[in-house]
Ligand binder design. Sequence first.
Ligand code: KE4
Length: 439
Amino acid sequence: MNPVQVQSTRYTRSHQAFERASALMPGGVSSPVRAYKAVGRAPVVIRSGCGATVTDLDGHEYIDYVASYGPLILGHAPPAVTQAVSKAAANGVSFGMPTEAEAVLAQMVIEAVPAIKLVRFVNSGTEATMSAIRLARAATGRDKIVKFTGCYHGHSDGLLVQAGSGATTLGTPSSPGVPESVIQHTLLAPFNDLTQVAELFDQHTNQIAAIIVEPVAGNMGCIPPQDGFLQGLRDLSDRHGALLIFDEVMTGFRVAYGGAQSLYGVTPDLTCLGKVVGGGLPCAAYGGREDLMRQVAPDGPVYQAGTLSGNPLAMAAGIATLEGLRQPGVYEKLDKATAQLVAGIERAADQAGVAVQCRRVESMACCFFTDRPVENYDDARACDTRAFAGFFGHMLDRGVILPPSQFETWFVGTAHDHAAIEKTITAAGEAFDAVKNAS
Ligand code: KE4
């Protein structure tokens, strides 16, 4: 059969399932990036995951670097996590009343993350960042916030301004439906640009409640902070009476057990967590200085609530996941595997004559299709997204599944063994050749 026929019959069950879903849900998905709009093909529909791989409805197995966009640092269905969740479920899935598991996970978080002295669990990263900003505004009596173009902090109104991730992927970094009265309080600066942040403080004296930043940008591809950038934000916040919020939804427990704040040695006032802290179940959190967190209801007047917050199944998954990450040598193993992957990808691209810039922080990485440095959102958006889309499709057809956008990060987990990494590198060599031949 010709390649097109092979292409169409290879994914028959996935395409049938996606067609049905598209008649029932916007884009056929529960989150936009999953619809594969940026890579010009219908998505595969997943039946199961195990370790480093997922399997689609047509029975094709893929080495997975999506990892649910970060949570699955221990791979798919790790026994310790699935057993903990099953055991918790047998005792009831939700109570709307306190359980001991919340305090157990809270203590683990507080012991792990330097800046967190008190923590509140919520159900998503969006809730965590939205709540942290509300608290910062209440604590400072100021309305404006500074965010960075291309950083993504979830879909609350004030943060859907020049947002990365799926918002950029779909060409709507600033969403319709957000009133100008909200947008006016969101000030923007390029990631890694302290001068612009300083200018915003000078222009908006005593009006800025907080800076919110992904300490490692993971939603415009993976872009590390330049030396001194995070400390510079700390210094500017202190000088101008603003709070510093680290959105560690992606980096928390990912780049280090203590998150990016422990890796870079910069202490924020508030920290947002998500993804890994829930082990793949709906769980996120915000926390920080006790004088701030004691202002959150019911201790204080800043209201935030959630029916399923602290859900026992999510707590069980989070506890089991952090217990797995506390084992000696885990982060060294993740770092070594990711370094091996990135070095192999760079070699393969070079041999094929395809210009790429690979960026990585520990087990977060990505491959920018450009021959120029990538330090911020403008650099990322200048990349060859068509070449990325081609590379993505050729990798998928060779059994490697990546996040379907140039503006996402790849995640390596403890289940990615040497064989999986080497298979990925081999597939990349063939995919780069195909991209080069198509150019
Ligand atoms: P959620 O509301 O999706 O749980 O978290 C929002 C969020 C907040 N902060 C950071 C740094 C994040 O990366 C995210 C969510 N990340 C995207 C992936 N780039 C989620 C994937 C999706 O939107 O489907």
